[in-house]
Design a protein around this ligand. Structure first.
Ligand SMILES: Nc1ncnc2c1ncn2[C@@H]1O[C@H](COP(=O)(O)OP(=O)(O)OP(=O)(O)O)[C@@H](O)[C@H]1O
Ligand SMILES: Cc1cn([C@H]2C[C@H](O)[C@@H](COP(=O)(O)O)O2)c(=O)[nH]c1=O
Length: 221
């Protein structure tokens, strides 16, 4: 019994850290991820970069088809959740068990925020219900950086970017943003809210600084 407890404690101590980037469409997450991948101070600790929905996988491809069509909102939730399960099993958990830092562009909080809105006329308290679906098997991030921005600015950015998805409307993103901010207020130790309306350089600088502070704080524990 004692040996088993020690083994669990050791595994927890050696486990890498999970950092997630969240925010509404057009908030600038992918732009910052590209910069993080090139940043010398970040590259030093060799993070594994990943994203949800995953790309080039069976579940990720199914999600892409769903969000480009009028798929039922419950079906959409289950596809995103199946993709999360596959992502966890094949990439996130193995990397964390190898002591790696994982940086994911979107993760479970996107499900809580987006499906918390898309399911609002389908079920009572969709946010709590979607959260409860994840309990017991997901891995909770150690740090979540929330890119916060007015939906009006985000939608304008998305328009300039070209391709547009059905989620990129001011009204829907206003609800999604409110849920993200509520989640951040509920878990102030996990979330850092960053002003994503600044210049790309300023947003990048802040995110790099927050990640480095987190990694150094963790190393000194
Ligand atoms: N700080 C910024 N200021 C102005 N424009 C920006 C900024 N950051 C990103 N952009 C531009 O806004 C658009 C959306 O950015 P990006 O694709 O990085 O957002 P995203 O959060 O990853 O969106 P999505 O979740 O929808 O994929 C891009 O055209 C990008 O060049
Ligand atoms: C993970 C996840 C994503 N979404 C939404 C958010 C976006 O509008 C699209 C695709 O994401 P991308 O970063 O623009 O490629 O899907 C969602 O509704 N629920 C989720 O769990």
């Amino acid at each position: 019994m004692k040996t088993c407890k020690k083994k669990i404690e050791k595994a927890v101590l050696m486990r890498g850290k999970l950092i997630t980037l969240e925010g509404i469409d057009g908030s600038g997450k992918s732009t910052v991820v590209k910069k993080l991948q090139e940043n010398h101070d970040i590259r030093v600790f060799e993070p594994v970069f990943t994203r949800e929905p995953t790309r080039g996988t069976l579940t990720g491809n199914a999600v892409q088809k769903a969000i480009q069509s009028d798929t039922d909102q419950f079906a959409e939730l289950f596809l995103f959740t199946a993709d999360h399960a596959e992502h966890l099993a094949k990439l996130v958990k193995p990397a964390l068990e190898n002591g790696k830092t994982v940086i994911s562009d979107r993760y479970s909080d996107s499900r809580y925020a987006y499906q918390g809105i898309t399911l609002k006329n389908r079920i009572e308290n969709p946010l709590e219900w979607v959260k409860s679906l994840h309990r017991g098997w997901t891995v909770i991030p150690d740090l979540t950086i929330l890119f916060d921005i007015e939906p009006e600015i985000a939608v304008e950015r998305c328009g300039k970017r070209g391709e547009q998805t059905k989620f990129e409307t001011i009204e829907l993103l206003r609800g999604v943003r409110n849920i993200f901010l509520r989640l951040a207020a509920e878990e102030p130790d996990r979330f850092i809210v960053v002003d994503a309306s600044c210049s790309p350089e300023d947003v990048e600088k802040t995110v790099v600084q927050k990640i480095l502070e987190f990694v150094q704080r963790d190393e000194n524990k």
